[in-house]
Design a protein around this ligand. Sequence first.
Ligand SMILES: Cc1cc2nc3c(=O)[nH]c(=O)nc-3n(C[C@H](O)[C@H](O)[C@H](O)COP(=O)(O)OP(=O)(O)OC[C@H]3O[C@@H](n4cnc5c(N)ncnc54)[C@H](O)[C@@H]3O)c2cc1C
Length: 304
Amino acid sequence: MITEEQKKELRRHLAGFLTEEVPLALKTSYRVGGAAAFYLQPESLVELELVFRTLAELELEFLILGAGCNVLVVDEGVRSRVVISLDKGFGRLEIVGTDSWSVMLRAESGVRISELVRLSADKGCSGFEKLAGIPGTVGGALAMNAGAYGGTIYDSLAALQIMEKGELEWWRATALKPVYRDGGLRSEQVVVAAYFLLERRSSSGIISAIAEIKSLRQQRLPSGAHAGSVFKNPDGAFAGCLLDEAGCKGMRCGGACVSKEHANIIVADKGTQSDDVLTLMEKMRTLVRDRHGINLESEIRLFS
Ligand SMILES: Cc1cc2nc3c(=O)[nH]c(=O)nc-3n(C[C@H](O)[C@H](O)[C@H](O)COP(=O)(O)OP(=O)(O)OC[C@H]3O[C@@H](n4cnc5c(N)ncnc54)[C@H](O)[C@@H]3O)c2cc1C
């Protein structure tokens, strides 16, 4: 819990961009869960530095929220950590260099993946086609190593600007060690901006590749409130197939239901509790363990 003294100091130092009791359900694709006791939206690097210096001084932990497309917020909300969003002041996207073959792009953390994909189609630069249709921000995608159809956001990454304990650092892509659905960042490392190196190609080719990926996704993904795949694929298998074979499709707990189209997606109906989703996840995990002897690992990040 955040002590009364820490609360007083937070309000004193960060008043300009601090909000209290912010309902996080409105900021996530699951649309469930409680409020953030303290929610910070710094709008510049100077404010971001101030935030991290203050949190370090007060010995407070934090969670970064992107577009909330891969998180589940617990019903009690986030009471003992501060939630930080870079949505407001970190949305710049610009081409910073070009030659006959390539384009260098700078995207700040809050830029949406859809904006990257759109720009690459408009300007004829290839590298993001497989990300078409993945919701979320650049920061969230890098933290998650988001991807689909054999491609990920790291494929065209050249460098990252990261803030750690109030210090800005540059990381070459080659120095990072992303693994499947995990960018490998430490919890105290915050993505501020990323540089991407893209290949020049004809816009028409890129547009048709994007359309193809989007149509494949439309056939696979259910509608309703969800956060994409719940579990990571274990080595050599697809979590969706294991869950289907274990009989999970259509299983329900309160307002949470395993999609009938996709056994690795939980859809949250209106009024669902976060606990419903967690209970259903545990049942799914148990069924797969009993049938296949495999322990599924959560892809969804829990905010508590
Ligand atoms: C309909 C749907 C389809 C999806 N399909 C796919 C898919 O095909 N492939 C796929 O990989 N994912 C998919 N997802 C999941 C989700 O879109 C991705 O994981 C996405 O990258 C999450 O981005 P976000 O901005 O919403 O991050 P959030 O969900 O807000 O956060 C995810 C994690 O990233 C961290 N984070 C966020 N921003 C930063 C930052 N600036 N610095 C450091 N850490 C940060 C958070 O703390 C959290 O741990 C899907 C989700 C939905 C709802």
